[in-house]
Write a protein that binds this ligand. Structure first.
Ligand code: URA
Length: 181
């Protein structure tokens, strides 16, 4: 089984109702050897159009933060907890997250990233139940031989411009974590 095969499976997935309203699935993209995996919430309108993760407004903010930390998108793997756009960009339901989770797990098992960066509350709570982002943001978290790092979702900057410098800071911290071998 390869990452591409998982993506192909996702592309024909009908396991939850989101398949009815999507234009494209957004399985994720990047390197199968990525040391860093970034996990967002769910595709938005632009991602749904293009079938690619983080290519809309939040993606521009993410790209700027990656550039600031000298991280190259092609060396990472970028995906989201849910692979199809929820209508009107609503938050994915617990059931949708649960149904989609085996795809994410298989992607992680295949890539074996050194660091998993959780972007925003939904990604955080998919891995760490009922923990608030203010508690875990900005530091490495070790669990079951895996390093996690949580930061704000890039889209949060659209509502609170002060968060931009925090995401930039966090990307620098992540860079240090993955360089340290
Ligand atoms: N937000 C996400 O969480 N994922 C995307 O792919 C785009 C926006």
């Amino acid at each position: 089984m390869s990452l591409n095969e998982i993506s192909e499976e996702i592309k024909t997935c009908k396991l939850c109702p989101l398949h009815k309203s999507r234009k494209n699935t957004v399985p994720g993209e990047g390197s199968s050897k990525a040391k860093l995996m970034l996990i967002g919430e769910a595709p938005g309108v632009e991602e749904d159009e293009q079938g690619r993760p983080f290519v809309g407004r939040a993606g521009k903010i993410l790209d700027d933060a990656l550039k600031y930390a000298n991280l190259n998108r092609k060396d990472l793997f970028i995906t989201s907890v849910v692979k199809c756009r929820p209508p009107s960009n609503r938050i994915p339901t617990l059931q949708e997250i649960k149904t989609c989770n085996p795809y994410l797990k298989r992607q992680i098992d295949m890539i074996k990233p050194k660091v998993i960066c959780l972007l925003g509350n939904i990604a955080l709570q998919t891995f760490f139940k009922k923990v608030s982002i203010s508690k875990l943001r900005g530091k490495a978290i070790e669990r079951d031989d895996q390093t996690y790092f949580c930061t704000y979702h890039p889209a949060a900057v659209l509502y609170n411009a002060n968060l931009k410098s925090k995401i930039y800071e966090d990307m620098m911290r992540i860079r240090k974590l993955i360089k340290k071998s």
